[in-house]
Design a protein around this ligand. Structure first.
Ligand code: HEM
Length: 207
């Protein structure tokens, strides 16, 4: 009962955004670090190991639940702030200011990217190589094309902006005084780590 009442409140929804955002961030960091194994030639082994230890499906289910809750709370918070503004008949047509708009558009870009990314590197349908288990070859086949590098770079940068504000906002709620620096640091590390892979392929460092 109390849990439901808390979820209905604005602060409860913000807490849901922060916790599910934290879960998604943990996944993103682990994924980024895992991708770096391409530099030692160990990406295929890493993928095989993930399947062997049986974490793939539990992680997928956890991610789906986190994404669904993150989106639902964001949608409800937006609807709520829209309604509140309507009451005061503001002249400004766009809701929620620059940061809120950037977060919403960033979320949409990341969501669309993940669908494309799954069809590309998980299902292999949109990949120029697209052979299951040949993860290294699939990644290299992708990033030989500048337009694929560009698509990934746009998505990773959108993720960076989203993380910068999201981490800042969540850390501020928790009373972290260095929240701005923290948000920026997380964004730079995650963007740099992800972008190093397409950059290494397109420049021939990894082949
Ligand atoms: C340059 C950047 C990236 C590269 C090279 C990359 C690479 C990959 C590869 C190779 C796979 C398939 C792994 C396998 O078959 O075992 C994969 C899966 C996945 N990636 Fe990425 N990724 C990148 C960025 C991202 C980003 C930014 C996100 C999230 C916003 C993301 C989310 C996922 C998800 C959800 C999966 C599916 C995992 C599963 O099968 O359960 N990736 N990625």
């Amino acid at each position: 009962m109390d849990t439901i009442r808390l979820y209905r409140s604005t602060i409860g929804k913000k807490a849901v955004m922060a916790v599910t955002g934290g879960v998604l961030l943990l996944y993103v960091v682990a994924h980024m670090v895992g991708n770096l194994s391409i530099f030692t030639g160990g990406l295929d082994d890493y993928g095989r190991w993930l399947r062997a230890v049986g974490v793939v499906w539990p992680v997928r289910i956890g991610l789906l639940a986190a994404v669904a809750l993150h989106f639902a709370a964001a949608y409800q918070l937006t609807a709520r702030s829209r309604k509140a503004r309507g009451r005061y008949a503001h002249r400004r047509p766009v809701q929620g200011g620059y940061a809120a708009r950037t977060m919403r558009w960033g979320g949409v870009i990341i969501g669309l990217f993940v669908v494309y990314h799954l069809l590309d590197l998980t299902a292999g349908y949109l990949n120029p190589h697209g052979v299951e288990g040949e993860i290294h070859a699939n990644v290299v086949a992708d990033f030989r094309h500048w337009y694929v590098v560009l698509a990934y770079a746009i998505a990773v940068l959108a993720l960076g902006f989203h993380l910068r504000h999201g981490v800042w906002s969540a850390a501020q709620t928790l009373g972290v005084t260095t929240s701005r620096v923290l948000g920026l640091t997380v964004a730079i590390v995650v963007c740099g780590g992800f972008l190093s892979v397409p950059f290494a392929v397109v420049t021939g460092v990894v082949s």
